[in-house]
Each structure stands twice: as structure tokens, then as C-alpha cells.
Design a binder for this molecule. Structure first.
Ligand code: BDP
Length: 600
């Protein structure tokens, strides 16, 4: 297991987890003077209040603050009742975007690169009994050596501006929940579960990693509270005859209880949910528990009014209700790992997730969507200033996402990139070790993929051979032959024929197809941007999909309208949502619903 992000916080008589969400102090630091001026020790000198979790941008009423790029600071206080030698103390951030350093009482306790995975600070040596100051120095500048990729330029007045090589707003800040945790010194660090099915019987290979202790045990408890299986020792195999399986939209979850003992005394207990299921690719099929599954759903974003990319339960709940209403069973966490709460909810609701690392923008283009949509991408890797650092950060994201999400039954695949250069020798060299790494790290050996843009054509792409199923982002009828659906369909079929001719014997999943659509515009016959056009475009795609048996999934772009940077191609954001940003259906939602409710 190795890398671990500290298990999702739980509260019980041996573990204490306290949410620190609320109003924190906040300050921009455009001159990067905070450290020299000892802000971690003395406090932020001119701070304002700022909600956590939330992106900072959309709470402001001035453009400079909204679009700020550079260093910024957060600060709050937390209470430690007593400092015991038998305990360890942690602060766990769901994420801090994009890089951060964490200080407690002025002492640096952690630093992290990558804005979409947990940051865990062991603060044991810094805490004191009573109130403690927690300070976070963050930075949201984009570069070509961190993911997501982009660049940071200076305006004529010297201020910085971040420009992503991607099509979503560079929301930043503490966008996920923060926990203060007290753990026993002798604690459970990590666990993994791997399932095998024989008929209706399940075998569960488990591994537990602990810090100290001399005895460890694991139990699977069924929904009636009965122990279904129990095992002792750090690793072993559990057997559950006639197991309840975790199925699509019919999720059965067991309670898992892991206990650690020292000298006969229980020192730690960790509880979680587990769903018994297998995932596998066989020929052109995606199999869940040995049965074929067709993926229906969307690429999403963590994105909403006011809170930006901040996690909010009500929004997530509404999204799941919309997904159920429309007949979806899957989504891709485009273009970064989402807050852990999304996966916990998917586990419970029986949704399938393609879990994507933030490797987006590996194409030098501010209007990357245009470039990618038309298949006009130019090289990225040849000019990347430091491939070593980029790949180190990309590796870390893969290690951390697998460490974090490996036990979620909802996660059925890892997506290693979105729309990267794949058609050069450099790209092949870049990606091969990353795919190998993911394959080696995932105890469940889930299928691997990446989302290919138009330049990754059947003839040119050198990376699809590393993938277990192939994800295509295609915009025939939008970026290509926009407004000309018949012509678009011919070109689309031509490309699909070329893929088919390659006889790859792998499933294909459409991970993007869609049209920008204004919820105010109706026009008959449909024109680009009208609701009618979005419907016609969808119908055309559904017909094409039906003609190719290897197509095993359709994830439309996008679930909802979302914020992007400004530009002549974006009207206050990307409007390819099938739902509006307020999660109300556009006309195409009904077209899609009619189809998806009828695909079993
Ligand atoms: C693709 C990107 C996605 C964009 C989409 C679009 O993967 O992030 O939002 O196109 O243009 O290039 O809508």
C-alpha cells in the first residue's frame, strides 16, 4: 500500500474527527511577503472572512479578486483539549488548490502540490493544549510542470493572471472540508479489499496496514447487523457464501469494522462501508459482477453558483437526484478527483465512477476545447520546460487518487488524462510508465483509460494500446461541421469505421459529446445554441452509437452548465449542460431520459 492519504475521518470512542468548516480568515499576498513577515506566527495582518469550504472567487464583487493568481492565505483556530503522548494529531484537508503549506502555531507541518487530493498534516509536534493557530499558505498559479497545466502571465501593471490550458474556471482555495483529528498512537493506517466471485459466493482478499499494535482483525457486517465474515491478521481472505452484491443502482453495502489491539486492549477501530463487486473488461464488454453494463451518464464538474468548486451536500444530492431522474448510471470526474463525499454518495446510490486525475491541458492552447474539438492539437511534450517535474506531479496524483479511492465500489476505472497529446513518441514514453504505475498500485486492478481528443485518431494515437477501454471526446456537429448534422454524421461514422477496422477488441466509451445550448433559445428548425439543436445532435449520436457494438457507454458533455474563463467562445461559461447551472433540465434532458430509461 505504501502511500496513504490518511483514511477518511471517522468519529468513535477511539478516534476524534472534528469539522473545522466555517468562516476562516483570508488574505491575498500578491508580493509573497507573508512568510518573511511571519504571518504563520503572528497572524494575517489585514485579513477578511472567507467561507470554507468554497472557492474564493465568486464571493467577491470585483474582478481583480475573482481572477486573483498568486499566494493567498487562510487562517483559523482549533482547540486541543489535552496533548497526550498516546495520541497523534492531524489536520486533514479534502484538498487545497493548487499548492499549499500548512502551519500550526507558526511551525510548518505539511506541504502539498496538487489541488484535488487530500492534504494531511501531522501536527503532533506543534500542538499545545488549548487554542492553536492553523495557517495555510496556498498558491493557484498554473504552469506546464504541474497538473492541471496552464501558464501564468503578468499584466502590464505587474499583477499575475493564470491561464489554464483547459476549459474550466481556475477556482481555488480550500474547496473541501477540513478536519481536526486525534488518532491513537497505535492506529490503523490503511486497508484494501479485493473481491472474487464464485457463483454467488464472495472471496475478499484483505490487507490492513497499522502503526504499531500486535493484533488486527476485520469483520464484514451485513445490513441486518450480523457478522457475515471475520478475519484476523494483517492480511487474509474472507469468505461470504451467498453474498449480497453491490450492483448498479442497487447498491448493497456491508459495514466493515477493523480493530487494532495492543496487549489485548483495543487501541483503534476504523469503520467504513464496503460493496462487494468485481469489474473487468472482456473483449468489447465492460463487466460488473460478470454481467455486461452499458454506461449512461455525463462528464461533470464540481461547479455551482457562489461556491465555485466548493463541496456542498445539497448540490451533490440534487445532482444525484437529477442523475437518477434522467436514467444515468455513471459519471466521469472530469477533470480531477472530486471531493470524497461524492464517492461515498455514489457507493450508496449505486453509481459508477470513472475517476480522473487532474491531467488536463497537456496541449498548449488557451482555447484547448477548440483545438481539441477540431483535432488541431500541436505537440506539448517536446516544448514542456520540465517533463521530469510534470511527470513527478502526475505520478503523485495517480498514487494519491488510488490510495484515496481504492476501496470505493463506485470507482470502476481510472482515467489517467484528458485530451493529452498521444500521437508522438514523446507522449508514448511519457504515458507508458504512468499506466504501469496505476496498474501496479491498484489492488483491485481496475481498468485504465484516458479521454482522447480528435487528434488522437485511429491512425495517429500511440497511447490507446495502454488502455483497457477507449474513451473518446468527439464534437461532430459542434466544433466540426457545426450546424450541419448530416455532414457531421458522415464524418463521425467515417472515424468510427476506422476505429472498427483496427479490431482492437476493446470497449469504447464516449466521454464527451455535446453542444453549447442556451436555456433561453428555441428555434425551429434547430440552430447551434438552441435547445432544439442539442436534441437533434443527441439523437444523431444515439443512432451512430447503435451502429457500433464496441460502444459500451455514452457520457454526454456536460451534466450542467459550468463556469470557464472568459473568451469569445464562452458566454459566461460553458453551456453544454444538459441541465442548467442551477440544475434545471434543458429540453435535451427529456430526449436523453426517454432513451436512458429504456436501456437496461
Ligand atoms: C473538451 C474538454 C472539455 C471542454 C469541452 C468543450 O475536454 O473540458 O469543456 O471540450 O469544449 O475539449 O465543451
Amino acid at each position: 500500500m505504501g502511500i496513504y492519504t490518511e483514511l477518511y475521518p471517522v468519529n468513535n470512542h477511539l478516534r476524534h474527527a472534528e469539522l473545522l468548516d466555517g468562516l476562516w480568515r483570508f488574505q491575498f499576498d500578491p508580493e509573497s511577503r507573508g512568510e518573511a513577515d511571519a504571518w504563520p506566527k503572528n497572524g494575517l495582518p489585514e485579513s477578511i472572512s472567507m467561507p470554507v469550504p468554497a472557492s474564493f472567487s465568486d464571493v467577491f464583487t470585483d474582478a481583480r479578486s475573482r481572477d486573483y493568481a498568486g499566494d493567498f492565505w487562510y487562517e483559523t483556530a482549533f482547540c486541543v483539549k489535552e496533548v497526550s503522548p498516546d495520541k497523534r494529531y492531524f489536520i486533514r484537508f479534502g484538498s487545497v488548490t493548487h499548492t499549499c503549506r500548512v502551519f500550526v502555531n507558526g511551525v510548518e507541518c505539511a506541504s502539498h502540490t496538487g489541488g484535488f487530493l487530500p492534504v494531511v498534516a501531522d501536527v503532533t509536534s506543534a500542538v499545545v493544549p488549548g487554542m492553536n493557530r492553523l495557517t495555510v499558505k496556498a498558491n493557484n498559479e498554473l504552469s506546464e510542470t504541474n497538473i492541471p497545466c496552464g501558464t501564468t502571465v503578468r499584466r502590464s501593471d505587474g499583477s499575475k493572471r493564470s491561464m489554464g490550458y483547459f476549459d474550466f474556471f481556475n477556482y481555488s482555495g480550500i474547496q473541501r472540508s477540513v478536519y481536526y483529528m486525534e488518532l491513537p498512537k497505535c492506529a490503523i493506517k490503511d486497508y484494501s479489499l479485493v473481491y472474487r466471485l464464485e457463483g454467488s459466493d464472495a472471496y475478499i482478499d484483505y490487507k490492513i496496514e497499522a502503526d504499531g499494535g500486535d493484533e488486527v482483525s476485520i469483520a464484514f457486517i451485513d445490513a441486518e447487523g450480523k457478522v457475515a465474515a471475520r478475519g484476523d491478521g494483517e492480511q487474509g481472505t474472507l469468505f461470504i457464501p451467498s453474498a449480497h452484491l453491490w450492483k448498479v443502482r442497487n447498491a448493497y453495502l456491508y459495514d466493515v469494522v477493523i480493530e487494532l489491539k495492543q496487549g489485548g486492549k483495543v487501541t483503534d477501530r476504523y469503520t467504513a462501508k464496503a460493496g462487494i463487486r468485481t469489474v473487468e473488461i472482456k473483449g468489447e464488454s465492460i463487466l460488473l459482477n460478470g454481467e455486461k453494463v452499458y454506461l449512461k451518464g455525463f462528464g461533470k464538474h464540481e461547479d455551482a453558483d457562489m461556491i465555485g468548486r466548493g463541496f456542498n451536500y445539497a448540490i451533490a444530492k440534487r445532482d444525484y437526484e437529477c442523475l437518477k431522474w434522467i436514467g444515468a448510471n455513471c459519471f466521469r470526474t472530469s477533470h480531477y478527483p472530486y471531493a470524497e463525499e461524492w464517492y461515498r454518495m455514489a457507493d450508496e446510490e449505486g453509481f459508477l465512477i470513472i475517476d480522473e486525475v487532474p491531467a488536463v491541458g497537456m496541449m498548449r492552447s488557451i482555447a484547448n476545447f477548440l483545438t481539441a474539438g477540431r483535432g488541431e492539437a500541436k505537440g506539448f511534450f517536446a516544448e514542456c520546460p520540465d517533463i521530469g517535474t510534470l511527470s513527478k506531479n502526475h505520478r503523485a496524483a495517480i498514487e494519491e487518487v488510488i490510495a484515496r479511492d481504492k476501496n470505493h465500489p463506485s470507482v470502476i476505472a481510472w482515467s489517467i488524462f484528458n485530451e493529452a497529446e498521444t500521437y508522438t513518441e514523446l507522449a508514448e514514453k511519457y504515458f507508458a510508465p504512468l499506466f504501469e504505475l496505476a496498474r501496479a498500485l491498484d489492488p483491485q486492478k481496475r481498468p485504465l483509460t484516458g479521454a482522447l481528443e480528435k487528434s488522437s485518431s485511429p491512425a495517429a494515437c500511440r497511447v490507446n494500446k495502454m488502455m483497457d477501454f477507449i474513451c473518446l471526446n468527439r464534437y461532430y456537429g459542434w466544433y466540426i461541421s457545426g450546424g450541419e448534422l448530416e455532414e457531421a454524421e458522415r464524418m463521425f461514422r467515417e472515424e468510427m469505421d476506422a476505429w472498427q477496422a483496427k479490431k482492437l477488441n476493446k470497449p469504447f466509451v464516449f466521454t464527451e459529446f455535446g453542444t453549447d445550448t442556451l436555456d433561453t433559445l428555441h428555434k425551429l428548425p434547430g440552430v447551434m445554441w438552441s435547445q432544439e439543436y442539442q436534441q437533434e445532435y443527441m439523437r444523431m449520436h444515439f443512432e451512430v452509437f447503435a451502429g457500433y457494438p464496441a460502444i459500451q457507454g455514452e457520457l454526454a458533455w456536460n451534466f450542467a452548465d459550468f463556469q470557464t474563463g472568459q473568451g469569445i467562445m464562452r458566454v459566461n461559461g460553458n453551456k453544454k449542460g444538459v441541465f442548467t447551472r442551477q440544475r434545471q433540465p434543458k429540453a435535451a434532458a427529456y430526449t436523453i431520459r426517454e432513451r436512458w430509461l429504456n436501456i437496461k
